[in-house]
Design a protein around this ligand. Structure first.
Ligand SMILES: [Zn+2]
Length: 174
């Protein structure tokens, strides 16, 4: 493994343990050159899932892409890399219910559900990208509606909140 700090290939594993569903092994490594520490994750390469985008284009599921979206949403928030990795792992695990194809919307909603429990700001940021709000007014509008529904239902009932968002959307379309 190449050290992300000094690019040396000399390292040693100082800790190795399975995560969550145990299909992932987390390894803590120390660079023998600069002695900085970093983490790698080893997992089974088993998914050949196609993601169906809203315009019906298809692309292979890419966990790196999911991770990058979450990292962007979590920027400058008190959220550890482990927490981000945990979300990616959980989402990927849940996608095992899907055979061959999964709508990108489903992945977005799964990530949102987990961000909701983790950090509201990250949730809002992710929602804003994922929903692709074209202007800030519409986004603020969505936020207000979301807040109203969330207050009515209690913070943790995201399913109901999401249902509320869908209602809001379908009203707009008619
Ligand atoms: Zn190094």
């Amino acid at each position: 493994m190449r050290c992300p700090f000094c690019n040396s290939f000399e390292d040693q594993v100082i800790d190795s343990r399975p995560m969550d569903q145990a299909s992932v092994i987390r390894r803590r490594r120390e660079c023998l050159e600069c002695h900085k520490r970093y983490t790698t994750y080893e997992r089974l390469e088993e998914m050949s899932l196609m993601v169906v985008k809203s315009d019906q284009r298809r692309e292979p599921f890419n966990r790196q892409k999911v991770r990058e979206g979450i990292i962007r949403a979590c920027e400058k928030r008190p959220i550890s890399s482990d927490a981000v990795e945990k979300i990616v792992n959980e989402v990927e695990y849940e996608l095992q219910d899907y055979v061959m194809e999964v709508p990108s919307r489903i992945i977005g909603e799964k990530v949102l559900k987990k961000l909701w429990d983790l950090d509201l700001i990250a949730y809002i940021r992710f929602a804003s990208v994922y929903q692709q709000f074209d202007d800030i007014d519409r986004f603020m509008d969505e936020l207000k509606k979301l807040k109203k529904v969330a207050m009515k239902n209690g913070k943790n009932s995201l399913q109901e909140v999401m249902a509320g968002r869908k209602e809001v959307k379908s009203e707009k379309n008619t």
